[in-house]
Design a protein around this ligand. Structure first.
Ligand code: MRU
Length: 339
């Protein structure tokens, strides 16, 4: 399967790669109802902001197939929106599909929702490809200024094709650079407690990109030894002020990068930008099941899934429209119609 999500052969069910089985096993999962889609998102059978958005859109299409009424639409929206609160792509995708179908007669709603979800998936592929194109010159220039080959890139979590539809966001420039013959090596942070770094290592391995998995706490050590030239991460939500909400642990890497004078880039597709919020502090941070942490029984555990990196620690936002400064003005210059 080259895409992380697609229409099944029956023409209506949805097929996904079950990421909870990776990297041990490549297993496909069939989603045939609203509840299937909601459970897949909630239980992280699929994950990553862009993919969550497209899965939400298909979830709405599945729901409208069973109940295309106004009440059915409203119920499906609230079930899907309740699955994961932080990645803004989910709300964006559900609002977008709703805007495309709500004015239609009920029997036309589901086909229109499928069409919109399919177009969204195609758009995501194009967006990620563009992010790769805009990120490539950054890596090329850094390889010259760092005077190092291979260029040492650090990433956190998984913002590769598994987190999107194809290409990925943060890994898109890495894949573009690798394809262009630029020598690079990626430090992959394990990303406790869900170990999305294992997914990144699996992806990079399949693509033949040299990489090394490290524990999250090893990052500071690598910076202090001068073993990192650039950090690139993805984002679940970037505010219009440029604050970046991403997988917990991102902020510490941004702080370490700043302390060592290393550039810290965020690959931020348009649908991950929340134009309604200025400050990252106002974003709801998903608190996940304490059991994920694996603490001894009875230990009080807090398990926030994301953190906020303030805009001033971000060197640049690599978007499908080019590289923006992480600020109100920087983003407004690239997205004047939103600002
Ligand atoms: O909890 P997850 O695995 O869905 O979190 C994913 C991330 O934090 C990614 O870095 C982010 O979604 C960007 S993915 C292109």
């Amino acid at each position: 399967m080259t895409r992380t999500i697609r229409l099944g052969d029956d023409g209506w069910s949805i097929q996904i790669l079950d990421q909870s089985a990776l990297p041990r096993e490549e297993r496909l999962l069939r989603l045939a109802s609203l509840d299937d889609a909601a459970a897949a998102i909630r239980d992280m059978k699929l994950r990553g902001a862009p993919l969550i958005g497209v899965a939400g859109a298909y979830g709405l299409a599945l729901a409208l197939r069973a109940d295309p009424s106004d009440a059915g639409l409203e119920r499906a929206r609230s079930v899907l929106l309740a699955t994961r609160p932080t990645a803004v792509n989910l709300r964006w995708a559900i609002d977008d599909v709703t805007a495309h179908v709500a004015h239609l007669p009920p029997k036309e709603r589901s086909p229109a929702a499928y069409a919109r979800a399919g177009a969204m998936a195609d758009d995501d592929v194009a967006i990620c490809r563009r992010i790769g194109e805009h990120g490539l010159p950054i890596l090329r220039d850094l390889a010259v200024t760092a005077r190092r080959s291979p260029l040492q890139v650090m990433t956190h979590c998984n913002a590769g094709w598994l987190a999107a539809i194809e290409h990925g966001t943060a890994l898109a420039p890495v894949y573009a650079a690798h394809a262009a013959g630029l020598a690079l090596h990626v430090w992959v942070a394990e990303t406790r407690p869900r170990n999305q770094g294992h997914l990144t290592a699996w992806e990079l391995g399949r693509a033949g990109v040299p990489h090394t998995l490290v524990t999250d706490s090893a990052a500071g050590h690598l910076f202090s030894r001068g073993q990192v030239d650039v950090v690139i991460v993805g984002t679940d939500r970037t505010t219009r002020g440029g604050d970046v909400v991403n997988k917990v642990g991102t902020y510490l890497k941004a702080l370490a990068a700043r302390a060592h004078g290393i550039p810290f880039y965020v690959a931020a597709p348009g649908p991950s930008i929340d134009w309604t919020l200025l400050r990252g502090a106002d974003v709801t941070i998903e608190e996940r099941d304490p059991a994920e942490v694996g603490a001894p029984p009875g230990t009080p555990v807090s398990n926030p899934a994301f953190d906020v990196t303030p805009a001033d620690l971000v060197t640049g936002l690599i978007t499908e429209r080019g590289v923006a400064r992480a600020s109100v003005d920087g983003l407004a210059a690239l997205y004047p119609e939103k600002a």
